[in-house]
Write a protein that binds this ligand. Structure first.
Ligand code: 5GP
Ligand code: ZN
Length: 114
């Protein structure tokens, strides 16, 4: 828990967010400023500032497993794209590691993202 971190505040309930799914170590919320018709953020409940700090393979594995679970439970999410921005110059703006789950749009809609 980092008291300055917006995702930690969402996880503790101090800030509100549209929650999509949850497991023991992961939360999934809707992105506040969606860049695709489906844009979720898959977030570990424990605070790691970025992927280099995330040294627990069970947590990094859980991020992917959660993406699989979201897809398996909704036929409209059969095809999806996962994205992690790591570091400021690569577009990371919230320094609590998270994976973007993007779906429901054509791949050409993502030209500015990849
Ligand atoms: P990054 O740029 O760090 O990879 O992604 C941060 C994401 O968090 C952005 O897509 C941004 O729209 C989203 N975001 C920023 N603040 C909030 C917030 O308060 N609530 C939610 N749900 N998403 C947020
Ligand atoms: Zn945090």
């Amino acid at each position: 828990m980092n008291t300055e971190c917006i995702f930690c505040k969402i996880i503790t309930g101090e800030l509100s967010a549209d929650k999509v799914a949850e497991s023991d170590n992961i939360i999934v919320i809707k992105d506040k400023f969606p860049k695709a018709s489906v844009h979720y953020l898959i977030i570990p409940k424990q605070h790691y500032r970025d992927l280099l700090e995330l040294d627990d393979c069970s947590v990094s594995g859980s991020l992917i497993q959660m993406a699989r679970s979201l897809s398996e439970h909704n036929s409209e999410l059969r095809d999806f794209k996962l994205l992690i921005n790591n570091g400021y110059s690569m577009g990371q703006r919230v320094f609590h590691v998270h994976m973007h789950f993007l779906a429901g749009s054509k791949i050409s809609d993502f030209e500015n993202l990849i």
